[in-house]
Every structure is written in structure tokens, then in C-alpha cells.
Write a protein that binds this ligand. Sequence first.
Ligand SMILES: [Zn+2]
Ligand SMILES: [Zn+2]
Ligand SMILES: [Zn+2]
Length: 202
Amino acid sequence: MVEDNNVECVHPNEPIKVDDFVVATRDIADIQKMSVGLVKEISGNKIIVYFIGKNKVVETNRGNVSFLDIKKTGKPYKMKICNICHILKEDMKDFEINQTDAKGRKTTRPSCRECRKMIDGVAMKSSEKKRLDAMAPKGIFTCPICQKTTIVEVTANLVKDHDHLTGKGREWICDSCNTGLGRFKDDINLLKRAINYLKKYS
Ligand SMILES: [Zn+2]
Ligand SMILES: [Zn+2]
Ligand SMILES: [Zn+2]
């Protein structure tokens, strides 16, 4: 972990106001050091901070947090806030690089390595891979989700979908639907919220 005073976005001597972003400069109960929060209230030496990653409001000593300049986080700066745990981490080290552009500039994933492990969950069991490989679609394929018919490996990439909690295989689906499910974390309740949101406007 980088020392606070070497980080351009963390300003330990800057005064803190309500609605400023701050980082924890030490562990505060289950709030990890470098967790990012929003200041809700200040009174005397006490400060009330909403820590985003833990979705928790915490009262602590003012000395346990430092002002965070969020505009100096993320590319091209050294530190980046994970979009899940909301802990300030080192961009090129604690986040996996997923793209390098023509000029050699690297972009990292929005979630830190630790949070990625949670998202990726359990890999598909090899017995399940074999089972699905034996049923690999040939010729034309109709995706069970989007119902689009495509030419296998020519007009669509197909993937073996699996349950990230158990490692059990599900079915072959198109790459686009697989990404779609992933965006909703394969979570039925999250998908229901998306449906309800759309219903509100139809
Ligand atoms: Zn994270
Ligand atoms: Zn599909
Ligand atoms: Zn959203």
C-alpha cells in the first residue's frame, strides 16, 4: 500500500467540509484503510462519513480521514477507486490491464483484482466443459435468450454459459447474451429491477 503523503489525490492537510470525498487513513472497524467515503456531518472533532463500498454510515474522529480529490484519481493518475469496493488502490498494480491503445497507453478494469475474484466466481468444472462440448452447435444456431439465428462461429461467437456459484454448465448462448447476463451479474433480482425500470416508462 502506498503511503498517503505520496499520493497526489489525498491531501491530509486540506480542511474537510460536508459533501467532500475523503479516504480512511486507517482501518475504522470493518472499513478498510483507503476506503472512499462522502462526508455527511462534521461536529467538533467528530465526523460522520458514508462509506460507499460498505454502504455504511460511520462516525469517527476527524483525524481518521483525509480529503480526497476525486478528479485526481483514475487514468492518467496513479490511484484509482474500485467501482465495487470503493477502496483507493494503485491503478496499474491492483487493477488488471484489459486494453492497450495504439499509443501504448494502458487501461485497467473498473473493478480491482480482489473484487474481480468475487465477480468471476467459480470456473466451469472440466466435466461440465466436456458435457457442453459434446453438444456444441454446428451449422446454424438459435440463441435460447435473444432467439437470433446465426451461422456458428461466422456471424456470432457462441459460448458455454455456466453458473458462477457452482461451476455447473448451463447452455450454449451467444457471446452478446453472455455479456448481457454478466452485466446483470447473472442475478434474477437485478434483471427484475431492470424490467420494472423499463415498465415504468412503457
Ligand atoms: Zn474492489
Ligand atoms: Zn443471444
Ligand atoms: Zn446501473
